[in-house]
Design a protein around this ligand. Structure first.
Ligand SMILES: Cc1ncc(COP(=O)(O)O)c(C=O)c1O
Length: 431
C-alpha cells in the first residue's frame, strides 16, 4: 500500500512544484499571485488583513458575510484542487498499482498525512480523526454507531441544525431511543442557563448530550468546556457539533474534554466543499461501530479508519483540505478568532445606532461569536438580505421573514465592509 509522505508528497514532482506555494516576491497590488500567509511577512494588523484579502477570489467590490453557510477557499486551495484534478486526469495511465506509486483516489487508504495535519488544528493525533464528507456524516456515524437500546435517551436542543441531530431522530423511530429536546430561550441569558437546560433534561437513561458548539440559526456559543465536564462526570457522551466553530474559534478537543467533535471545514476553515472530520476521544473510539462498511470496517488497530470506509472518494478535495489547514495554521486559530470577534463586536455596537435594529443572537460576552443574527423593525429577513445585496453587494443570509438575517464576519472581511453594511441598514430602516 502506498504511503503518503505529505499532502504534497503524493503529487508528481512537477505538480507539487507548481502548487507548492509560490513565494511572495513583489508588492501586493493586484493579488494575482497565489500565496500562503507566511509569504505576507510581518505587517501591521490592518495591512496584514488587506494583504490576505488579495488571496481570495471574491471580487473586491463584494462583501461576503455568509461563511456560516460556506466559506470561500483562498486561491492556493483552489489551485491545489484544480492542479490535482488535472494531474489525475492527465497521468492516470501511468498508475501501475505498484506500492511506491501515488494513489489517485481516497476511500481505501488511512490518509494519515491529512489526518495528522487536521489534528494540529484541534490538538489531537491524526489517529483520533476520521475524514468524512461533512459534519452531518460525523453526527450520523456517531448516532448510528453507538449501541443504544430502546429507552436510552439523547438530549438535543430545539435549535439544533438537522446535521447535528437527525441521526438521533432516526434511531428514535427505528430503535425506540428517546430524543429529549430542550427549548433554548431567545436569547439565552447566561452560560449557566444553558447548562441548567441540559441538566434538567437528564435522567438515569441519558446516554448522549448533542451539543452545538455554535448554533446555526441563533449563533449561540455554548459553554462546551463546562458541558463536556458535566457529561463526563455522568458517563454521558458529549457530542459536540463543531460545524460552526472549526476555523472560527480556536479548538482544543482535549482541553474541551468532548467525547466526539464533528465539523465541516468547508465553512470557516475555508476548505473545499465536501470535506469533514470526526474526532472521537481515544478511550471511546471502540464503542462506535462503523456505519459504512468496506475492507477495514473492523480494523481495530486504527479504530477511526474504520469510520472512513466510504468507498472511492475524491483525493483532490483532501489535497485542498490539507492546504486549507496549512493556510489556517499559518495565520493561527487565536489570531483568526480575535479578528473575527473584533469585526463582529464592531457590527454589534454599530447596530445599537441603527433605528429599529434588534439583535436576536446573544449579547452575553461568553455566548457571542463572530456571527450575529439581527432583525430590523418592519422588514423581513428577505428584504434585508436583498437590500444589502442589491444596493451594496453585501451578502448576508436571511433567516426567515420574522427573524432577520445572519451576518458572519471572517478573515476576508474588513471594518470598512462592516461599516458599509451598517450604513445600508440605516438607509433601509429609514426607507
Ligand atoms: C451547527 C451546524 N451543524 C451541522 C451543519 C451541517 O453541516 P454540513 O451540511 O456541512 O454537514 C450545519 C450547517 O450549516 C450547522 O450550522
Amino acid at each position: 500500500m502506498t504511503t503518503r509522505r505529505s499532502f504534497l508528497g503524493l503529487l508528481s514532482a512537477p505538480l507539487a512544484a507548481s502548487i507548492a506555494f509560490p513565494r511572495f516576491g513583489g508588492p501586493l497590488l493586484h493579488g494575482t499571485r497565489a500565496m500562503m500567509p507566511s509569504d505576507i511577512g510581518t505587517l501591521d494588523d490592518e495591512a496584514y488583513w488587506r494583504a490576505l484579502r488579495t488571496q481570495f477570489t471574491i471580487p473586491a467590490d463584494q462583501a461576503f458575510f455568509n461563511t456560516a453557510t460556506l466559506g470561500s477557499s483562498p486561491r492556493v486551495v483552489q489551485d491545489a484542487v484544480i492542479a490535482s484534478i488535472q494531474h489525475i486526469g492527465r497521468d492516470i495511465a501511468d498508475w501501475d498499482y505498484k506500492p511506491d506509486h501515488e494513489n489517485f483516489f481516497t476511500g481505501y487508504y488511512p490518509e494519515m498525512p491529512t489526518r495528522d495535519k487536521l489534528a494540529t488544528t484541534v490538538n489531537c493525533t491524526g489517529r483520533d480523526i476520521a475524514l468524512t464528507q461533512n459534519a452531518t456524516f460525523g453526527m450520523n456515524f456517531l448516532a448510528n454507531g453507538l449501541d443504544l437500546k430502546p429507552g436510552d435517551e439523547v438530549v438535543v436542543t430545539n435549535q439544533a441544525h438537522p446535521g447535528g441531530r437527525k441521526g438521533f431522530d432516526l434511531r428514535a423511530k427505528r430503535d425506540g431511543i428517546v430524543v429529549r429536546e430542550v427549548i433554548v430561550p431567545e436569547p439565552p441569558e447566561s452560560p449557566e442557563q444553558l447548562i441548567q437546560l441540559f441538566l434538567d433534561a437528564t435522567t438515569p437513561r441519558t446516554r448522549v448530550w448533542a451539543i452545538p458548539h455554535i448554533s446555526s440559526s441563533r449563533a449561540i456559543r455554548y459553554p462546551v468546556f463546562q458541558l463536556c465536564a458535566l457529561a463526563r462526570e455522568r458517563g454521558i457522551w458529549s457530542a459536540v457539533d463543531g460545524a460552526q466553530s472549526l476555523g472560527h474559534v480556536a479548538i482544543d478537543v482535549q482541553s474541551m474534554g468532548c467525547d466526539a467533535f464533528y465539523a465541516s471545514p468547508h465553512k470557516w476553515m475555508l476548505a473545499p466543499v465536501g470535506t469533514g472530520l470526526l474526532y472521537i476521544r481515544p478511550e471511546r473510539q471502540k464503542e462506535v461501530w462503523a456505519t459504512l462498511a468496506s475492507s477495514a470496517w473492523d480494523e481495530q488497530t486504527d479504530p477511526m479508519y474504520r469510520l472512513m470506509q466510504y468507498g472511492t472518494g475524491n483525493l483532490s478535495l483532501l489535497i485542498g483540505l490539507g492546504v486549507a489547514v496549512e493556510f489556517h495554521n499559518q495565520i493561527g486559530s487565536a489570531r483568526i478568532q480575535q479578528r473575527d470577534f473584533a469585526l463582529a463586536d464592531r457590527l454589534r455596537s454599530g447596530l445599537a445606532s441603527v433605528p429599529g435594529a434588534t439583535i436576536v443572537s446573544p449579547t452575553h460576552p461568553e455566548l457571542t461569536c463572530a456571527t450575529t443574527v439581527y432583525g430590523l423593525q418592519g422588514k423581513t429577513g428577505g428584504q434585508i438580505q436583498d437590500y444589502l445585496w442589491e444596493r451594496g453587494r453585501v451578502r448576508v443570509r436571511s433567516m426567515g421573514d420574522t427573524i432577520g438575517v445572519r451576518h458572519a464576519c471572517h478573515i476576508y472581511n474588513s471594518p470598512a465592509e462592516v461599516d458599509k453594511a451598517l450604513a445600508l441598514l440605516t438607509e433601509l430602516a429609514a426607507a
